[in-house]
Design a protein around this ligand. Structure first.
Ligand SMILES: [Zn+2]
Length: 305
């Protein structure tokens, strides 16, 4: 099962209708928790999801709206006796904040800290060389403090076609051999299968437009971006290094993204429909949705090559 669950959609200041950030990506039995702001534990209850399957927690940066929910979630995991390893990814420069947040959480879970940063993951010329977790990659963003976006990639593969296998007389253990070796008895894998492109998820939080955001978003089936400001407040966006709605749309268009989910709205906008419209007008072929708390997005259908 692959699903993106929105727990909160407010930026710095929550509102009556928008909790601080928080997002759960449910991905084949492993749950990734992104940027748990204040109240994330309770928002999970409202969303009907539990902490029990969280295997990775990913922080983009250590501003409070992206991490102050961490002690509550970790404590809840201890209370619920989560006994698998839980990996916490965060910028190395946020080490003091992360350790402080972790230190006030109830002990008892197998929490593994993975700071990342520097040229290894953010510098030029390091285009997704090594994942930091199972299919999980980071790229540097451009915010007021060190910040990273995340990208989850399923490897491309091929889907075998049973009728063509049968016609070629390949069955049983030979199927595995054909998959491993690429050809068998004059029959190539390509003849009996079709490409199955891996799905891609991208998570781009607080940033000015930058190369890292573009690389994360490239070809994403589901692209989640911050959308703090309206295009009318582009000067504020530039000053505080955030995206405007139109810039979020442009990112989706240049990336060829399938669906763009907008979130992290400034509390100054009671109605974000105009922001969605601004993004949509520049998003190319991407479907654009302004997220509300507790929205859920089934992962889009695989796209054909
Ligand atoms: Zn923020």
């Amino acid at each position: 099962m692959r699903e993106f669950v929105v727990l909160g959609t407010a930026s710095q200041v929550p509102t009556r209708t928008r909790n601080h950030n928080g997002y759960l990506l449910r991905w084949d039995g492993e749950d990734f928790l992104f940027d748990p702001g204040e109240g994330t534990q309770r928002q999970m209850i409202h969303a009907g999801v539990t902490v029990s399957q969280i295997t990775r927690i990913c922080l983009t940066h250590v501003h409070g709206d992206h991490c102050y929910g961490l002690p509550g979630v970790l404590s809840r995991m201890a209370l619920d006796k989560v006994n698998h390893p839980v990996h916490l990814h965060y910028p190395a420069s946020g080490e003091d904040t992360v350790r402080a947040l972790v230190s006030v959480a109830s002990p008892g879970i197998d929490l593994r800290l993975h700071p990342h940063g520097g040229s290894e993951h953010g510098g030029p010329g390091h285009r997704f060389a090594e994942p930091i977790g199972q299919g999980l990659y980071v790229r540097a963003l451009n915010h007021r403090i060190e910040a990273y976006g995340y990208r989850l990639v399923e490897p491309d593969a091929r889907t075998l076609l049973p009728d063509r296998l049968a016609a070629a007389g390949i069955a049983g253990p030979d199927v595995g051999r054909l998959e491993r070796e690429g050809s068998l008895g004059g029959v190539s894998l390509a003849e009996v299968s079709v490409p199955r492109p891996g799905q891609r998820f991208a998570f781009v939080m607080d940033t000015a437009p930058c190369q890292g955001a573009e690389e994360l978003a490239d070809g994403a089936d589901l692209l989640v971006t911050e959308c703090t400001f309206s295009d009318d407040d582009a000067d504020l966006a530039a000053q505080f290094r955030h995206l405007t709605a139109g810039q979020a749309g442009e990112l989706a268009a240049s990336a060829g993204a399938g669906t763009l989910v907008l979130t992290h709205f400034s509390s100054r906008y009671g109605d974000v429909a105009p922001l969605a419209e601004q993004a949509r007008s520049r998003a190319g072929g991407a479907a654009v949705v302004a997220a509300n708390d507790l929205d859920r997005f089934a992962f889009p259908q695989r796209r054909a090559f």
